[in-house]
Ligand binder design. Structure first.
Ligand code: HDE
Length: 708
């Protein structure tokens, strides 16, 4: 930037600043030296002074003719667009999808034909209830929306990290979302389901009990987007070249296994780092550890659909993987962060109706309703019908149509023909229908009486909730009990609490009793009378447990090392080596960020000062301190919290002998030491510690830390 002449007495504020302004359309305005572009108005007029508005005299009024000031403020005033009515807070990244196993037997979708072929992808993860500025670790469902830019058009799989949903019919969506959002008379709570309106709605909508049980599980507290599954939720159709249809449910399986955090940890993470999930994804991609998922498909036919205990059109139900195995057919890799958050993550517009030839809808009433909603919502949010012209939404394959004009039309066809049929032959006539590659809907037979009814096959609301609960390991079941208890403790109306517990009695008597005890209900409410007989004896589905589907290694995880001056550098080196060998990261937490001085005098910078790097930010911790350092840190509350929290959250803790008095001060007494607390001194110990960390948590410890 050229030095602009500042009229502020005594100051030339712009001089020396290296600010660059991008010219629209990729053009930049070069200074005479050709190094830094000149700042211009949006009209391209170079600006000489960006510090002072044009005024009459030094202390006079600002002049209306100051077009630069006027344009700048005008544009700023209009920077915001409406946030998404749901899934407002999200984080997106670019990558690719690569097919590994051809699905040509069941679909003619171009992207699913040739193993080894890649198409670009964009993925946006999100929370549902919170607004754009809320925190990442709310107890909530996570959106998992994938846009595949295929050679035959954009295909969006707009899914969640939970395979079922709260409601069966889209007509209830506004009610569900109103109930979970801040209550309208008071404007709170933000990004929380723990309030009366939400549980009132749930307690009066038995169809939501299965999903509510999932939402109270650790699935709603993912450790990272990288460690969670994604699901298309609905039954879709594949259609092959011969026109035959197969039902399909979509799954995304994270390469690094599943992992969640515990509730108390989530609460603290939200304070310590409200951007925990987005920072994690950003850092992983930036450091070259590209997050990866496998695409899995559950394929089934009409005969299975007819014989299944539940209706495959009911989005409150899943199909256990043990019944219909998940065939893994491709991989999704995220390898590039966005250049501009607004342009890409905010403006990306997903739509369940964006499907390609070879994929089709079913009559799932939730999906049918979604098909209406997404296009509609984009119009409001992005301001006009031309949002497909925005680069993130535009197909990356050739496209030609006769849609024209409207706000901000960017791609305007040339020539005379803007309708068809037309008699302007050849290229002048524009695009024509394509009967070989064109999308065709599956010719499903449908007939019936026009009515507002729900199929009787949708009416068992409890069996799959029971199956889900039964599929959890003991600590996971306890977490569900605690989550229901916590949420209902925030509900002020006793009748609502009791109504939820009445439903839980149909899910699992033990769960209902634990929650009732936690709430202090003196008698168990009568169970709700189910609308139809519930399916008995569903076997547990191990695929539904997070703990049973954890990682095989500690790869992609992070160890927080608490250091003090005088620490033993050999121990730190051994830890770093062992972590690196495993593909895990080490982050140093010290009494200050500038440096921590080792016993041999070498100085290492810390990533966090101890009050900014609580142990909730790490998957495991190590205490590498000197005796003197331990003594100092034992008078630092945040250092004691570091240790006490790691212990309470059942994390693996490595320690050097000198750390013991500090641990004692933090309330972790030597008699509490268990298999998750590992003494380290030499190389072998560090490797053994990192290996132990593969289990992620010592769940058995939790029993000792939750008395109430
Ligand atoms: Fe959405 N949903 N949804 N939803 N949904 C939106 O579209 C809607 C549902 C999901 O990162 C909105 O562009 C209705 C199920 C994701 O941009 C809106 C119903 C599933 C995202 C909308 C549902 C989802 C959305 C708001 C009930 C999992 C974020 C902004 C019938 C399978 C996409 C927008 C992104 C976003 C409507 C239920 C997933 C209003 C009416 C079930 C991941 O159109």
């Amino acid at each position: 930037m050229t030095a602009s002449s500042s009229k502020i007495p005594g100051g030339d504020h712009a001089t020396g600043l290296n600010i660059s302004a991008r010219g629209e359309g990729g053009e930049t305005h070069q200074t005479a030296g050709g190094e830094t572009p000149s700042l211009t108005t949006a009209q391209g007029v170079p600006v000489s002074d960006d510090q002072n508005s044009l005024r009459l005299g030094q202390r006079g009024p600002t002049l209306l003719e100051d077009f630069h000031f006027r344009e700048k403020i005008f544009h700023f005033d209009h920077e915001r667009i409406p946030e998404r009515v749901v899934h407002a807070r999200g984080f997106g990244a670019h990558g690719f999808f690569e097919l590994t196993d051809s699905l040509s037997d069941v679909t003619c979708a171009d992207v699913l034909q040739r193993p080894g072929e890649r198409v670009p992808a964009f993925v946006r993860f999100s929370t549902v209830a919170g607004s754009l500025g809320s925190f990442d670790l709310a107890r909530d469902v996570r959106g998992f929306a994938v846009k595949l830019y295929t050679q035959e058009g954009n295909w969006d799989i707009v899914g969640n990290n939970i395979p079922v949903f709260f409601i069966q019919d889209a007509i209830k969506f506004p009610d569900l979302i109103h109930s979970v959002k801040p209550e309208p008379d008071r404007g709170f709570p933000q990004a929380q389901s723990a309030h009366d309106n939400f549980w009132d709605f749930i307690s009066l909508s038995p169809e939501s009990i299965n999903m509510a049980t999932w939402a109270m599980s650790d699935r709603a507290l993912p450790r990272s987007f990288r460690f969670m599954e994604g699901f298309g939720v609905h039954s879709f159709r594949f259609v092959n070249a011969k026109g035959a249809s197969t039902y399909v449910k979509f799954h995304w399986k994270p390469k690094l296994g599943l992992q969640s955090v515990v509730w108390n940890e989530a609460v603290k993470i939200n304070g310590a780092d409200p951007d925990f999930h987005r920072r994690d994804l950003w850092s992983a991609i930036q450091s070259g550890n590209f997050p990866e998922w496998e695409l899995g498909v559950q394929l089934f036919d009409d005969a299975f659909a007819d014989s299944f205990d539940f209706d495959i059109l009911d989005a409150t139900k899943l199909i256990p993987e043990e019944l219909v195995p998940v065939r893994r057919v491709g991989r999704l890799v995220l390898d590039r962060v966005v250049d501009n958050f607004f342009a890409e993550t905010e403006q990306v517009a997903f739509c369940t109706q964006n499907i390609v030839r070879g994929v089709d809808f079913t009559n799932d009433p939730l999906l049918q309703g979604r098909n209406f909603s997404y296009l509609d919502t984009q119009l409001k949010r992005l301001g006009g019908p031309n949002f497909t012209h925005i680069p993130i939404n535009a197909p990356k394959c050739p496209f030609h149509h006769f849609q024209q004009d409207g706000h901000m039309a960017m791609h305007n066809p040339k020539g005379r023909a803007n309708y068809e049929p037309n008699s302007w032959g050849g290229a002048a006539g524009g695009p024509r229908e394509d009967h070989t590659r064109g999308f065709e809907s599956f010719p499903e037979q449908n007939a019936g009486v026009k009515s507002r009814v729900r199929s009787a096959r949708f009416s068992d609301h409890y069996s799959q909730a029971r199956q889900f609960y039964a599929s959890q390991t003991e600590p996971e079941q306890v977490h569900i009990q605690q989550a229901f208890t916590f949420e209902l403790s925030k509900v002020e109306t006793p009748q609502i609490r009791a109504r939820v517990v009445a439903h839980l009695r149909n899910v699992d008597e033990g769960l209902a009793k634990a929650v009732a005890t936690g709430l202090g209900l003196e008698t168990l409410p009568e169970p709700t009378i189910p609308a139809s007989p519930v399916v008995e004896g569903l076997s547990a589905s191990p695929a539904l447990s997070i703990v049973k589907n954890g990682p095989k290694s500690f790869e992609g995880r992070k160890i927080g090392v608490l250091l003090s001056d005088g620490f033993d550098p050999a121990v730190l080196a051994a830890l770093c080596k062992a972590a690196q060998a495993e593909g895990a990261d080490v982050e140093l937490v010290g009494p200050r960020v500038g440096y921590v001085e080792a016993s041999d005098g070498q100085k290492v910078p810390a990533a966090q000062k101890v009050n900014g790097g609580p142990s909730v930010l790490y998957d495991a911790v190590a205490l590498v301190v000197s005796a003197k350092g331990a003594d100092l840190l034992s008078n630092e509350a945040t250092a004691r919290d570091f240790i006490a929290d790691a212990y309470a959250h059942a994390k693996f803790i490595a320690y050097v002998g000198d750390a013991v008095p500090l641990m004692e001060r933090a309330g972790v007494r030597q008699q509490d030491f268990d298999d998750g607390i590992v003494k380290i001194a030499a190389d072998a110990d560090a490797a053994a510690f990192v290996k132990a960390c593969r289990a992620l948590r010592l769940w058995a410890r939790e029993k000792k830390v939750h008395a109430v």
